[in-house]
Design a protein around this ligand. Structure first.
Ligand SMILES: N[C@@H](Cc1ccccc1)C(=O)O
Length: 481
């Protein structure tokens, strides 16, 4: 054990014990070493546990003078005063005289002296009969009292007599003393230790006054918690990298979107249930001016009225919503008529007025992508999706599906625990959508739920865990560098 392992208080007590040079009576701690008894007691038990001091507890019997005893020592024992009176009067005094001169002590004095046969009373006179015996008894008791007062030794017999006379009392007392053990002593007197030698210490020779602290090679380094990216943010980065690796260009679009791009351009009819209030968030914003989008509006109107056969309403398409799918972004890009072959993707937030549960959040991320060229086929699309799943390390299953804007369509499922959960929708854009965008090549499109991909990837079961604030949980994810 090194001095550094002791608290300042423990070291202080050790040093004080060392300079006291003898075991410390805990009761007198304040007086002897200037430390309150209660602090010395608790520090001592800590030091005792470290094997540096020994705390001895014993019970001692103490004999103390009572108030009456103190008085007898000062003014004489009652019978002593009687003896003195008798001696001063040649061995005999009148009872009345003795009573008036001894006052309250008279009864005790006369009782003791008669009982022991030192005096007798006859005809109103007290007469000494055993002068020597009386004197010896007084000397004995008085000496006993004095010696008790001074802490000396007294015979048990005398103590008994004094106790019986109410002149002394016997007390039991617990004494605690703290004794320095050899190890404690060497710690207390050790030179102060230092961790580093400086030029000055060496040059001045002062290093001799110190001991060098040994290295503790088994000590754990301090725990450092550097800031790091959230594992879900890292996962999104990884998805972006993967898409770029596979030849895709990242694009982005507005969170507050027009129904025109979120629904109409995707050939979703205006009475489609997904447009109803409970699915979509409606910010309190005025509708947009669609004149900027005259071309696409004209093509949308035509395709809806011919394809679905209803009166298309531009005011519905001009409403602003929080986008419910990032396919709004890819259709915007496609409507800019990029030259094939094309490969675009976007990863960002979408919003849906869904009740939150283990697989649903009201705002979450989607990864949408489009790829296409003249003779792009459904097989090319499936090939891409399988490759993507493989590179992510996910077990994917495909199932035929329906979306208003793709044909054929497919849904992808990934294993999350024991169940397969839908993680994406995909398909070839319908001819109506291609005509609305104004492109003359085939386009495969897909939209993935990024949170759900993350569940599958990290073996989690609840999307809400991805937004947990539990540090221990967050730290449990390994950083990949
Ligand atoms: N946008 C669809 C997914 C999808 C995208 C593209 C093609 C097919 C399906 C959704 O949110 O569910």
């Amino acid at each position: 054990m090194a001095a550094e392992q002791l608290s300042p208080g423990e070291l202080e007590l050790l040093k004080k014990l060392a300079s006291l040079g003898e075991p410390l009576d805990l009761e007198k701690s304040e007086e002897l070493i200037g430390m309150p008894t209660s602090s010395a007691a608790s520090l001592a038990s800590l030091l005792e546990a470290k094997g540096l001091v020994k705390v001895d507890r014993r019970t001692v019997t103490r004999i103390l003078l009572t108030e009456r005893g103190e008085e007898a020592l000062r003014n004489g024992l009652p019978e002593e005063r009687l003896l003195e009176l008798l001696e001063a009067n040649n061995g005999s005094v009148a009872v009345d005289l003795a009573r008036s001169s001894l006052g309250n002590d008279f009864n005790i004095a006369i009782g003791v002296a008669i009982k022991a046969g030192y005096v007798k009373i006859a005809n109103g006179m007290i007469t000494l009969v055993d002068h020597e015996g009386f004197k010896a008894s007084v000397v004995n008791l008085k000496g006993g009292l004095r010696s008790i007062k001074e802490g000396g030794l007294v015979s048990e017999k005398i103590v008994d007599v004094l106790k019986g006379r109410g002149l002394v009392k016997v007390e039991q007392k617990n004494l605690v003393s703290i004794r320095l053990l050899p190890q404690g002593l060497s710690l207390a007197t050790a030179k102060p230790s230092i961790a580093k030698l400086s030029h000055e210490l060496i040059a001045t020779g002062k290093w001799r006054e110190y001991t060098l602290r040994p290295y503790d090679v088994s000590a754990e380094p301090p725990l450092r918690m550097p800031a790091r990216k959230h594992f879900f943010a890292e996962f999104i980065e990884e998805l972006k990298d993967l898409m770029k690796e596979m030849g895709f260009v990242e694009v982005s679009g507005p969170l507050v979107e027009l129904e025109l791009f979120n629904f109409d351009a995707l050939f979703q009819p205006q009475d489609h249930p997904a447009r109803e209030m409970h699915d979509t968030f409606w910010p309190d914003l005025p509708p947009a001016d669609l004149s900027d989008y005259a071309d696409i509006v004209a093509r949308v109107k035509y395709e809806h009225e011919h394809g679905w056969g209803y009166q298309w309403d531009g005011s519905v398409a001009s409403r602003r919503i929080l986008r419910s799918q990032t396919t709004a972004v890819t259709i915007r890009v496609l409507a800019s008529r990029p030259r094939p072959p094309i490969r675009f993707f976007t990863i960002d937030k979408v919003f849906r007025a869904d009740p939150v549960d283990a697989t649903h959040l009201s705002d979450f991320h989607q990864l949408d992508g489009i790829m296409g060229w003249k003779d792009f086929t459904f097989r090319d699309l499936l090939g891409f999706l399988s490759e993507f799943g493989k590179r992510l390390g996910l077990e994917l299953k495909f199932k035929p599906a329906y979306f208003p804007f793709t044909e054929p369509s497919v849904e992808g499922y990934a294993r999350i625990g024991s169940s397969m959960v839908e993680v994406f929708g995909a398909g070839l854009f319908r001819p109506e959508v291609l005509r609305i965008a104004g492109v003359d090549y085939q386009v495969g499109a897909w939209g993935m739920g990024v949170e759900r991909l993350a569940l599958a990837r990290f073996g989690l079961h609840d999307v809400r865990d991805l937004y947990s604030k539990d540090y221990d949980f967050l730290r449990s994810f390994k950083v990949e560098v």
